[in-house]
Design a protein around this ligand. Structure first.
Ligand SMILES: [Zn+2]
Length: 433
């Protein structure tokens, strides 16, 4: 099967390309890139006025299966992924059973294959049962396809375990994705500790809950030479730690979420549980620090922390409501609006944040449109806009903080292995098998 993608603005920062070019896809791989390509028998896709990018990768997603299929399944989550412009998602291991052994890794890969939408990159637990007591079988999980390790939802707080995990990560060439949180400072916190927590009478989560662990882990990364990636960072103090670590030449990486870049603690308003998330929405000063760090390269990638919940877990008293927001179907337009429309970052940096850098961090060959790469492609329109309508979501989660908002920019098409899994205005379609 041949597909000729013509007249698009091809943006591939790995190759230093941002130009109007044609792209020939053959048998699911990139066969050629050039000007005015012609190919007999190829299906032609005219992309005039559109931006053609390497497939976007969301390295922080909760697909909820196995165990919480009433929130989301691998099928619904990967449909939502392609509808949101993602060709691959890394799924966190806080399932039931947790993904702490090779059998669960294999189960996830099999389910993803059967679903046929976005590729799924399983993340294995750092510790057995995510209990933080002893290391899980990292080697066998890596051998069966785990791309990274995390106890996400919980922090690997024991410094001896974190040190060992980082040592293993070095040997296995798989990063540790740390949910940085001091459990004692977190206590039973509900929102950011500050004016809003005081006004609402809710227990606060101080910034130091995150940044103190981020600082410690950077020291452990320096000690071990391990691969440390800090998840969903939310504070100005954490950004200072990362900036210093990078200046010192450490291979530490981090992600920021669209909700921390667009919203502050004020969004909680009068106990709006859709705004309850962990780490919590912070202050305007934190949000600005995060945004500056995205612009200057301190933040490596945007990840959604897509966390679907059943309405019964959100439409209840604030203190009892679940933490988390969905993000797969809003992240790309929300960030096109915030970062590209405003000209805060050039398109090439945008593609780094969504494709090249997640691929590099996870050690994947994707994230580029180089010859022979798998033809995972995300095509964007900067002329259309996206209205956020949760009732039209493909995810089972309706818990978006952006209901009713309109963002500049739209996902036009998502191709996995050269097959269109999503085209704007149409239902997602699986790859043929
Ligand atoms: Zn987390």
């Amino acid at each position: 099967m041949k597909l000729l993608i013509k007249n698009g603005r091809v943006v591939d920062p790995v190759q230093g390309i941002d130009d109007t070019l044609d792209l020939l896809v053959e048998d699911g791989r990139i066969a050629r890139m050039g000007e005015r390509l012609a190919e007999k028998g190829a299906e032609v896709l005219d992309c005039v006025g559109l931006v053609v990018c390497p497939g976007f990768i969301d390295m922080h997603v909760h697909l909820r299966e196995p165990g919480y299929e009433y929130k989301e399944t691998i099928l619904t989550g990967t449909r939502a992924a392609v509808a949101g412009g993602f060709t691959a998602v890394a799924c966190m291991p806080n399932t039931d059973p947790p993904c702490d052994n090779e059998a669960v890794v294999r189960f996830i890969l099999k389910k993803a294959q059967e679903a046929g939408y976005a590729r799924v990159l399983p993340v294995g637990c750092v510790t057995k049962g995510r209990r933080g007591a002893e290391l899980a079988e990292l080697g066998s999980m890596a051998a069966s396809g785990a791309v990274a390790f995390s106890d996400d939802g919980s922090c690997v707080f024991n410094p001896i375990l974190m040190r060992r995990a980082l040592e293993y990560s070095r040997g296995l060439q798989r990063p540790i994705l740390q949910h940085a949180e001091d459990p004692a400072l977190f206590s039973n916190g509900q929102v950011h500790e500050g004016l809003v927590s005081t006004r609402l009478g809710l227990k606060g989560i101080p910034s130091a809950c995150e940044s103190s662990v981020a600082g410690r882990d950077i020291e452990l990364a320096a000690l071990t030479g391990g691969g440390l990636h800090l998840c969903h960072l939310s504070t100005a103090a954490s950004m200072d730690h990362i900036r210093r670590a990078k200046a010192a030449g450490l291979a530490v990486t981090c992600e920021a979420t669209p909700h921390h870049l667009l919203l502050t603690e004020e969004a909680v308003g009068a106990y709006d549980t859709r705004m309850k998330v962990n780490p919590p929405l912070r202050t305007e000063a934190d949000r600005r620090a995060l945004l500056a760090a995205v612009v200057d390269g301190t933040v490596d990638c945007i990840a959604t922390d897509h966390a679907p919940h059943h309405p019964d877990e959100k439409e209840i008293e604030f203190g009892l409501a679940a933490f988390g927001m969905v993000g797969l179907e809003t992240a790309v337009p929300a960030m096109l609006d915030l970062l590209v429309k405003s000209k805060l970052v050039p398109m090439s940096r945008f593609v780094e944040l969504f494709a090249a850098n997640p691929a590099r961090i996870l050690g994947l060959p994707s994230g580029t449109l180089k010859k022979d790469a798998e033809a995972d492609i995300t095509i964007l329109s900067l002329k259309h806009s996206t209205a956020v309508a949760p009732d039209k979501f493909h995810t089972m989660g309706r818990n978006t903080p952006f209901q009713g908002r309109r963002f500049a920019g739209r996902v036009e098409r998502t191709l996995v292995a050269g097959h269109t899994c999503y085209a704007a205005g149409k239902a997602p379609e699986p790859r043929p098998r």
